[in-house]
Design a protein around this ligand. Structure first.
Ligand SMILES: [Zn+2]
Length: 257
């Protein structure tokens, strides 16, 4: 397991230079006036759901620590760039980018196994798609909990989406409720860490709208499962994202092939 802590300014493009169309890439805004006193770990893949989750976490906490996990997925370099750019936008000082190899070595998913092609989207299907990485979110949460306990973060944010997503079992609310119990019994008695899933019940269109309301830099995000230049527009993740923007009545600021 390799780790790198700290920002990498070589790959990070300053958010101010990325202004695009309707998306104002100035400083993020806080609309609520909740008392902010907490440190929160935010799992940031670089995709739209994690971006909007980070925007919500930014509203609800004094300080954010961004965690990115690469696991040998096809677009890991592009996702890492999105992570750094989002961290720059939110001026996050505590960053941890971790690379794990075991999920790719285990395989069983089109995201990590080159012999399994990324299927074209079938949003009407009730089958769990081949892009499901077996039990992935448990691995991500386990890393987040370890880090949160060390840096004394009180919350962990993860951008899982249950309904309007691909039907991954580790995106269901029951999974997070069960994992919360695991955290309570598996950490020190004084450790208090709450798992936050603020977009779990939203549709993609609602996520787009929430992101726009919070001035989240959606133009910096990356969702495509297979392309790293222009997004393919055909995979499940692209299809869900495009449908979300369409239903929200706005155009997606990223480029498609
Ligand atoms: Zn795609």
């Amino acid at each position: 397991m390799k780790t790198e802590e700290g920002g990498s300014q070589e790959t990070g493009v300053r958010s101010q230079e990325k202004s695009n169309g309707n998306f104002h890439a100035n400083s993020p805004i806080r609309s609520s006036d909740v008392s902010l006193s907490s440190l929160a770990v935010c799992l940031v893949s670089g995709g739209m759901d994690s971006c909007v989750t980070a925007a919500i976490a930014h509203e609800e906490n004094e300080e954010l620590a961004f965690l990115h996990v690469s696991y040998g997925q096809r677009t890991e370099a592009r996702e890492r760039r999105a992570f750094e750019e989002l961290a720059d936008y939110y001026e996050v000082k505590r960053r941890l980018a971790i690379s794990i190899e075991h999920l790719a070595r285990i395989g069983g998913s089109s995201l990590t196994d080159q012999s399994i092609p990324v299927a074209a989207a079938d949003l009407a299907s009730s089958e769990i798609p081949t892009s499901y990485v077996p039990f992935r979110n448990a691995h991500l949460l386990a890393i987040a909990v370890s880090w949160a306990e060390v840096i004394k973060a009180e919350r962990i944010y993860i951008g899982a989406v249950a309904e309007d997503s691909s039907g991954y079992p580790d995106c269901r609310p029951e999974f997070y409720a069960a994992f919360q119990k695991v955290v309570e019994v598996g950490t020190k008695p004084l450790t208090k860490i709450e798992i936050m899933t603020p977009v779990i019940a939203l549709t993609k269109a609602e996520i787009v709208r929430r992101g726009l309301k919070l001035n989240a830099p959606l133009q910096l995000t990356w969702s495509c499962y297979q392309a790293a230049e222009d997004a393919c527009g055909r995979c499940d993740s692209c299809a869900l994202r495009l449908r979300g923007f369409r239903e929200a009545g706005v155009s997606d600021p990223i480029a498609y092939a």
